[in-house]
Ligand binder design. Structure first.
Ligand code: ADE
Length: 227
């Protein structure tokens, strides 16, 4: 999978993309991530990418031309499954959205800034809009990093034990059951006896029961049919 990220702040991705799972996926050639500085696609000598809103109002608006030039240059080289704009008014990211996107070959992620982007970008160039939660970030970069992580870890071969993505919270509509490691007793706090019994079938039943109970207690809306 190839992910092209269009941003004014490519450095913001250096940390998250140079560690752990994403780094491993890139090193194993299972994912390619390309960062594009939007300013490189500006047409004037000041590399201007934003301008005042028609009709006034506070804040600058990202201009269509640099964005169009960047997206067009990418599309000349390959076809894209989606051009995704990260925005607080997009569809809410959840596991099924990530699952679907993980089947893509090529994705463009567009990070907005300032007061927003010219609406014509959304109307004519963007094919999908995603929010990572009902709060406003300073820009789309952190959201794009979250989305990239949630997609890339689902690509077969990225996680060393493939079943571990399948057993993630939300994959079966449930949150994960609790997990424990050594020591067996710490300050008198004990690991549940059943996990030490050696009976795999019983342990699996216990885990499922825990996952259902936890989901009911913490995220009851996940158990409703009309999700
Ligand atoms: N840009 C600003 N806030 C955002 C959010 N919550 N999700 C995605 N992109 C954003």
């Amino acid at each position: 999978m190839r992910i092209d990220i269009i941003t004014l702040f490519p450095e913001m991705f250096q940390g998250p993309f140079s560690e752990s799972i994403i780094k491993r996926a890139v090193n194993k050639n299972l994912a390619e991530i390309h960062l594009h500085q939007l300013r490189d696609y500006a047409t004037d000598k000041h590399q201007r990418v934003d301008d005042y809103a028609f009709s006034g109002g506070a804040g600058m608006v990202m201009m269509i031309e640099p964005v169009d030039r960047c997206i067009s240059a990418l599309k000349e080289k390959r076809t894209y499954d989606q051009v995704i704009y990260l925005s607080p008014d997009g569809i809410l990211l959840n596991q099924s959205v990530s699952n679907r996107l993980s089947l893509s070959q090529n994705l463009i992620l567009l990070c907005g800034h300032y007061k927003g982007i010219d609406e014509r970008i959304r109307q004519h160039l963007v094919t999908m809009e995603i929010s990572i939660g009902d709060y406003v970030l300073s820009g789309g970069e952190l959201a794009a990093a979250v989305l990239t992580d949630s997609i890339i870890r689902l690509i077969p071969g990225v996680l060393s034990d493939e079943t571990s993505a399948l057993s993630d919270s939300f994959q079966d509509g449930l949150v994960s059951p609790p997990v424990y490691t050594r020591p067996r007793v710490y300050k008198g706090w004990e690991v549940p006896e059943i996990l030490l019994c050696g009976d795999d079938k019983k342990i699996e039943e216990w885990k499922l029961h825990q996952a259902i109970e936890r989901t009911a207690a913490r995220r009851p809306e996940l158990l409703k049919d009309d999700k």
